[in-house]
Design a protein. Structure first.
Length: 346
C-alpha cells in the first residue's frame, strides 16, 4: 500500500482533495495508522480514483458520483446515468441558445459608436410595426442564396430572419435592414427587395407570395429523426480537429492553402465510446454534448433536431472525417449541407 503522498502523485490529485473525498465517503483509504494518522491506499484504489475523475470530466457532481458508486443494482445505476444524460442534454440546449445570444450582443457592440453603419444596426432594434399583407411564405423567383422566406406573425425571428413593416431584418453576421416594396402583378403578390451587404455586393430580390398562412417556427423547420439506436463504430472513436470547410467532399485537398482555418466555427469533435459526442465551438470556450451512432451524429438544440452524416477518408496516410454541416441554413433554409473536414487528433 502507498502513503497518501505517493498515491496523490500517482493519481495526479492533491492530498487535500483525497482527504476531502475520504470525508465524503467517496474514496476511503484502505488503512489509517491510529498512531500517526497516515492514510494508506491499495492498488485497487487507483482504478476507483480514475473512475471518479472520468465521471467528473463528463459533468457528474461528487454527490452524484457517490450515489452512482453506492448503487446496489445495475438498474439503479442506469437510472442515475439516464437522469444525468437528460440534465446534460437540457444544459446543452441552454448553452447553445446562450451562445447565440452572446454572439448577437457582440455584434451589437461591434457597431456601437461607428458612424453611418451603426444606424442600420440600431434600426434592427426598432419597435415592430405590423403588415398583415406580408405574413406567410414567400418563394424566390430571382437568383439568391436562399429558396424561401417566411414572415411569421408579430415579426418573430427564425434563423436570423425577422421583419417589420417595409423591411426584412437579417440579424446574422453584421446585420442588415432590407427595404421591400409590394406589387400586385397578374393576380400575384410580388415583393421587390434591394439586398445590399455593405461590402460592394448587392442582389435584386424578387419574391412571390405562395400563401398568407400564419406559420409557426415548428411548422417551417426541417427536423431529422434522431431516435436511432446506437451502433458502434470503433474507427471514429477519438478526437478530430477542424481543418477545412468544403461544398463537396471531392473538393477537399489537404495541400490546398486554408486561409480561413483559424476562423472555422466548429473547432473539434470527440467521439466517445457508447455514443456520446463532445462538440467544441470557436469563441464559446464551452463543450456541447450530443450523441452519435454509426455514420451519423445526433443533435438536438433550440432550432430543432439534425442527424448529420459523417464518413472517414484517408489522404496520404492521414485520416480525415467529413461531417455534414446542418445548421440554420439546413433547418430553415432547406439548403444542401456542406462539409467540415476534421483531422484525427488534437
Amino acid at each position: 500500500m502507498e502513503k497518501i503522498g505517493d498515491f496523490s502523485k500517482r493519481c495526479e490529485v492533491t492530498i487535500k482533495t483525497l482527504r476531502y473525498y475520504d470525508k465524503l465517503g467517496l474514496l476511503v483509504p484502505d488503512y489509517i495508522d491510529r498512531f500517526t494518522g497516515y492514510r494508506y491506499y491499495g492498488p485497487e484504489k487507483v482504478a476507483e480514483m480514475r473512475k471518479i475523475t472520468e465521471l467528473k470530466d463528463i459533468g457528474f457532481t461528487l454527490d452524484e458520483i457517490k450515489q452512482l458508486c453506492s448503487a446496489e443494482s445495475g438498474e439503479d445505476k442506469m437510472q442515475i446515468i439516464s437522469e444525468k444524460r437528460r440534465a446534460l442534454e437540457k444544459l446543452t440546449r441552454q448553452l447553445r441558445e446562450l451562445t447565440e445570444l452572446e454572439q448577437n450582443y457582440k455584434s451589437n457592440l461591434k457597431f456601437k459608436g461607428e458612424k453611418g453603419e451603426n444606424k442600420m444596426r440600431d434600426n434592427l432594434n426598432t419597435a415592430f410595426v405590423n403588415d398583415e399583407r406580408v405574413i406567410g411564405r414567400w418563394e424566390f423567383t430571382s437568383e439568391s442564396d436562399f429558396e424561401e422566406i417566411y414572415f411569421l406573425p408579430g415579426g418573430e425571428e427564425y434563423w436570423g430572419f425577422s421583419w417589420t413593416k417595409d423591411y426584412i431584418k437579417i440579424t446574422f453576421g453584421d446585420g442588415l435592414l432590407v427595404p421591400y416594396e409590394l406589387k400586385e402583378i397578374n393576380g400575384e403578390i410580388l415583393m421587390f427587395a434591394d439586398y445590399r451587404t455593405g461590402r460592394g455586393s448587392s442582389q435584386k430580390w424578387v419574391l412571390k407570395q405562395t400563401d398568407n398562412k400564419r406559420y409557426t417556427k415548428r411548422e417551417i423547420g426541417r427536423y431529422d429523426d434522431i431516435n436511432i439506436p446506437f451502433i458502434d463504430d470503433p474507427d471514429v472513436i477519438g478526437k478530430w480537429t477542424s481543418v477545412d470547410f468544403v461544398d463537396k467532399i471531392e473538393e477537399f485537398d489537404p495541400q490546398r492553402p486554408k486561409y480561413w482555418e483559424d476562423s472555422l466555427y466548429l473547432e473539434a469533435l470527440e467521439f466517445m465510446p457508447g455514443g456520446q459526442l463532445r462538440e467544441r465551438y470557436k469563441g464559446s470556450g464551452r463543450i456541447f454534448y450530443c450523441k452519435w451512432t454509426q455514420g451519423k451524429t445526433l443533435v438536438e438544440n433550440g432550432d430543432g433536431t439534425t442527424a448529420p452524416a459523417y464518413e472517414i477518408r484517408s489522404f496520404g496516410g492521414t485520416d480525415y472525417l467529413f461531417l455534414e454541416w446542418k445548421s440554420g441554413d439546413y433547418i430553415w433554409g432547406k439548403r444542401k449541407p456542406c462539409y467540415y473536414a476534421l483531422k484525427r487528433g488534437n
